[in-house]
Design a protein. Structure first.
Length: 404
């Protein structure tokens, strides 16, 4: 495979496709050149796609995600002092600070890095400094969970570096605390869960109420998964994402007041929420959560049976609900779905991730892959006068930490 190269878009850098092993070897060399020593560990955390189950994680529902072949890598080695020296390959910037002067200011990526280190220091009394190099080829801000992979990669690298006795479920909870308590993003566990626990060529069925999961095989033949990147950036912390979390919490409380009971999201039904239909926002938010959870179970059956048409139908239903009941789509995303439906061999697709931009995930007949990619690019450019990125993705294994 050819060596990757950096391309710039709107002031950000993203890396074209490269194998994981090539990325590791390339970053080892960069680490040696910067710090004049070998790293002790390399932590590799993948991005993820979410096949179905959007906005269900923070409502204790269900989802079917899978890791993909794009990664964030963190390389580390211990220092003798208390200084933390971090270099970001993607942003070409250095962070240098000590535990004694650790504040959470800076750009968003800097806040993620500092918040992660701060939480581990507070929780596990880590005292020694370290050198750290971070980089990867997950496009930033487009719905593939680059931020979650960043957290997972950093946390797991420090855990290994200092031989902390914690398992991957504790890593998962630390990452969630970073977003919820320090960065103020009211997210659930989906993104980090997929990055940590995915297995190659397996789908991951997650129950967020119990934080349990199971793996199942894909019987999809002649189908091809395609991402269409709208290039509409989305920063969850500045978006309406947190508002959706609040609306769901308020909606279930409002419903409980109406029925004079205390039930959770997994106990409600479409019939029950008719009682709050006069409150359109609360009704629509709960309607999405109920039907999306149902779609997760339907999707598992469809994948196991290899029913491509049913999988596509479920994806389309999910998009309609996300766009109209949850109101997290945007004009560019809706247009991508619209032009995709014109293509013979398009089976189904939807907006993926937190919403308000990012990617669509699509299932198509593999025979039309090249034609589909070409036509979507042409149709989108004709309307919006800029290029979208359209590519097939491959499934990957989850978190891996390698001793150098």
């Amino acid at each position: 495979m050819e060596k990757a190269y950096w391309i710039e878009y709107k002031g950000r850098y993203k890396l074209d496709r490269i194998s994981k092993n090539n990325l590791i070897q390339d970053y080892k060399i960069k680490y040696i050149n910067r710090f004049n020593e070998l790293p002790s560990f390399v932590s590799i955390a993948p991005g993820r796609v979410n096949i179905i189950g959007e906005h269900t994680d923070y409502n204790k529902g269900f989802a079917i995600p899978a890791a993909v072949n794009k990664w964030i890598l963190t390389l580390v080695s211990i220092r003798k002092d208390r200084t933390i020296n971090v270099f970001s390959l993607n942003y070409k910037k250095t962070l240098r600070f000590s535990y004694d002067h650790l504040d959470l200011s800076g750009e968003l990526w800097e806040k993620y890095v500092k918040a992660t280190i701060y939480l581990i220091k507070e929780k596990y009394n880590v005292k020694k400094g370290f050198n750290m190099l971070i980089g990867g080829n997950i496009p930033i801000g487009f719905g593939l969970s680059s931020s979650a992979a960043l957290e997972v990669s950093i946390v797991s690298s420090i855990v290994k570096l200092f031989a902390l006795k914690i398992d991957n479920f504790e890593v998962l909870k630390i990452c969630n605390l970073i977003e919820n308590k320090i960065l103020g993003i009211k997210s659930g566990f989906l993104d980090q869960y997929a990055s940590i626990f995915s297995k190659k060529n397996k789908f991951l069925f997650i129950d967020f109420e119990n934080l349990t999961h199971q793996y199942f095989d894909s019987n999809i033949n002649n189908g091809c998964w395609i991402l269409v990147n709208s290039m509409v950036d989305r920063k969850l912390i500045f978006s309406d994402y947190n508002q959706r979390v609040i609306e769901c919490s308020d909606a279930i409380e409002f419903l409980n007041q109406k029925i004079k009971q205390k039930i959770d999201f997994n106990s409600i039904s479409t019939e029950l929420i008719e009682i709050i239909k006069e409150n359109k926002i609360f009704y629509n938010r709960l309607l999405h959560i109920i039907t999306e959870n149902q779609r997760v179970f339907e999707m598992k059956k469809a994948i196991l049976s290899g029913d491509l048409n049913l999988i596509g139908k479920i994806l389309n239903q999910s998009h309609n609900s996300l766009a109209n009941n949850y109101n997290v789509s945007c004009n560019e995303i809706d247009f991508i779905i619209e032009i995709s439906k014109r293509e013979n061999g398009f089976l189904g697709g939807r907006i993926m991730g937190g919403g308000f931009g990012g990617c669509t995930i699509n299932l198509i007949d593999k025979k039309i892959k090249n034609k589909f990619i070409s036509n979507i690019k042409k149709s989108f450019y004709k309307k919006y006068r800029y290029n979208v990125v359209v590519e097939e993705f491959l499934f990957s294994s989850g978190l891996n930490v390698v001793k150098v």
